[in-house]
Design a protein around this ligand. Sequence first.
Ligand code: ADP
Ligand code: F6P
Length: 471
Amino acid sequence: MVASNRLPVILKREADATWSVEPAAGGLVTAMEPAMRRRGGIWVGWSGSPEVGQRELERALGSELEERPYEMRAVGVEEVVHRRFYEGFSNQVLWPVLHGFPPSSATDSHDWESYRDVNRRFARVLARVAGPTDLLWVHDYHLMLVAEELRALGMEGRIAFFLHTPFPRLPELKKAPHHQALVRGLLSYDLVGFQTPRHESNFLEAVDAIGVRAVEGNRWAPPEAPPARRRGRSGHFPISIDFDEFAKGAESPRVLDRSTRLLRELDGRALILGVDRLDYTKGLPEKLHGFNRALRRFPELRGNVVLRQLVVPSREAVPAYAETKARIEALVSEINRQWGGEAWTPVDYRYERWEREELLAHYRIADAALVTPVNDGMNLVAKEFCAANAGSGVLILSAFAGAAGDLGHSALLVDPGDGEGLAHAIGTACAMPRAERTSRMTTARRSVRHRDVHRWVSGFLEAGGRVGAPQ
Ligand code: ADP
Ligand code: F6P
């Protein structure tokens, strides 16, 4: 059984009172959906609209729900509670702090209460549907307290957690109100998984700091159980994508057709691609500054390259996101005014969602991808680009993305805060001989194929299956 804030679909009520359903965007869904399709199970989460529960989900999806190889259970929450939980504590306290940014000062104790409340409701739904031998797999920062709530309801089975975001060092973590309660809550899980060894060791440092008994290496005695009864442990499990889905999808006739048309539209110009959810962690202003510098430094790029930057709308009700969007758009206008003209627009900015085929066609033909988060748990876009690219694209990747662990040898690694370094990497990518591009991309593809999401799921479940037993 899987629980995450978001289900893989977003339900929206239209003006005529019918429901529209669209796929949810984001790394968690991209990774987990193919895994659930292959393995089956029950996915518990939010339907994307406040107060919309199981009944509406069933009505909106109809027979499509039965055709899915896994079941879905929607957790309905009142609008005000959900807003405080999602926009408030989750995305104005936890999200920034986990990524090393200060929390918003606009949060208050009601946000925290709502966070606890929603975690409790998820626990109640899980307790109702879970069998005694089920392994419950809870995902991401929205649901850190679910195991603690489940234990309070008497659940004794195995419960595992995976954090998709980074986990910060102690001084950053301490900026989150209630951080000690959150760390303590995580100790009720039998297994707590992180993207990288660094995030895991930061967590163990936090466990140590709250003075929990009997921490030995990466194991602990959960607060609510006598030490001899069970042990929890942590681990690191770098997430990935369904390689075949992206690689084969990029060769489908429709994607090939779209790729051909895209190449025609580009008219011989090189395509540098950016694909990011709207987020201040994604380093979008930094990327634009770097591109601007590259145009200044390498005159041969002018008129010959286009940075097509897709920004996928996200969390627009949170003020920091609206501010980030305004900043990005001002920079795009400035660059285009400074360098562009009738015949050439240097930054082709799109604020929209693309269908998977559109995304694949872009990944396939891009000469380079610019993936420059200032901090990112993994960043699956980097892996998707490698899986879907036709073979000689260059990945320019932030050293602060978890993906640098898997792709650091084949990518050009950059510090997004270093504009000069970023400009240099763009110049290097554009001038790189074809043989070197191909060799780097071949290595990258091999790595993503070898460690794909199905292997990640097996590794996690295997570790999850071994924990929780009395020792
Ligand atoms: P995050 O989880 O922070 O959003 P990731 O890079 O790990 O960051 O994941 C982003 C995911 O969103 C990728 O799997 C990407 O394919 C997906 N995505 C990007 N653009 C779109 C889009 N227009 N529509 C749907 N999904 C998208
Ligand atoms: O960990 C990143 C994440 O929170 C994922 O859970 C999710 O895939 C993505 O960001 C999208 O965010 P949201 O669910 O807030 O739209």
